[in-house]
Design a protein around this ligand. Structure first.
Ligand SMILES: NC(=O)C1=CN([C@@H]2O[C@H](COP(=O)(O)OP(=O)(O)OC[C@H]3O[C@@H](n4cnc5c(N)ncnc54)[C@H](O)[C@@H]3O)[C@@H](O)[C@H]2O)C=CC1
Ligand SMILES: C[C@]12CCC(=O)C=C1CC[C@@H]1[C@@H]2[C@@H](O)C[C@@]2(C)[C@H]1CC[C@]2(O)C(=O)C=O
Length: 255
């Protein structure tokens, strides 16, 4: 089923996105990596060699995303699967009483802009292209997978912006799945817990160790490939639609 499938992965140069790119290629798919011009996307595409292309994209830009979709058509002729992984993690309390300073509004807006509006921008622009595919025997034309976070449900201190952005992704999953149901396009969101990626590796190792200890089982950070395996399952299972799946080792984040 993956042979010849064409996927577009945002944030595909790093972490969960990169693991997804590798998994889709391993299964015989072809992939367009969309990531910031400053990301290692070009080197990643070179390392992975065949059936892969990198397009510099800021997911918040209509022009960039349209350009990536045009490249997808020019290079591979179709689009079957979109995986939205691009995202940023920010942390700040709503009010810093030590500095007598409120949360910086620009930082709040940027987090919403990238994580929520960027995800929506990619969905709205790619849906038309996926909708042009001939339906399979089940009437399916393609699949869109988004990445939220367990912070959408149990946001910690300092995560008002990040949690709001990810809760927005969870909130729009069902209505968008309903919007696209008649065209046979499924929409599913993954809410990861703690995964070992460059986003997480900014933390000192002792902080990572103490985070790992909060995961009931397995008591460790997730491997990016475990995220990619869920993306694969979602693509394979036509009954999954309009839902957010937690992938977190039963973690519930503490305040
Ligand atoms: N690592 C973790 O524990 C968790 C990660 N997540 C989410 O998973 C997604 C992937 O995160 P990781 O792989 O961990 O992080 P990462 O930092 O390794 O990868 C994120 C990628 O997104 C790209 N990106 C950022 N802003 C962008 C923009 N405006 N346009 C295009 N690309 C952009 C970055 O260049 C980077 O390559 C993010 O949405 C993150 O919020 C959610 C829960 C847990
Ligand atoms: C805010 C956290 C946790 C506390 C800490 O010592 C450092 C952090 C920075 C990276 C954050 C940490 C945690 O809140 C979980 C997230 C937000 C992490 C980045 C991705 C993250 O794993 C996530 O999205 C979880 O759902």
């Amino acid at each position: 089923m993956f042979k010849g499938l064409v996927g577009l992965v945002t944030g595909g140069a790093s972490g969960l996105g990169r693991a997804t790119v590798e998994q889709l290629l391993k299964q015989g798919g072809r992939v367009v990596i969309c990531d910031l011009p400053s990301s290692p996307g070009q080197e990643t595409a070179k390392q992975l060699k065949e059936n892969v292309a990198f397009v510099p994209v800021d997911v918040t830009s209509e022009k960039d995303v349209k350009n990536a979709l045009q490249t997808t058509i020019d290079k591979f002729g179709r689009l079957d699967v979109v995986v939205n992984c691009a995202g940023i993690a920010t942390a700040s309390r709503v009010y810093n009483f030590k500095k007598d300073q409120p949360f910086d509004l620009k930082s709040f807006q940027k987090t919403i802009e990238v994580n929520l509006i960027g995800t929506f921008n990619v969905i709205r622009l790619s849906a038309g292209l996926i909708g042009k595919n001939a339906p399979d025997a089940d009437g399916q034309r393609g699949v869109i997978v988004n990445t939220a976070s367990v912070a959408a449900f149990d946001g910690q201190i300092g995560q008002a912006a990040y949690s709001a952005s990810k809760a927005g992704v969870v909130g729009m999953t069902l209505p968008i799945a309903r919007d696209l149901a008649k065209q046979g396009i499924r929409v599913v969101t993954i809410a990861p817990g703690l995964f070992r990626t460059p986003m997480m590796e900014q933390l000192p190792e002792p902080a990572i160790k103490s985070l790992e200890a909060t995961v009931p089982f397995p008591p460790r950070l997730g491997h990016p490939q475990e995220f990619a395996l869920l993306v694969q399952s979602i693509i394979q299972n036509p009954m999954l639609n309009g839902e957010t799946i937690r992938l977190d080792g039963s973690l519930r984040m503490q305040p």
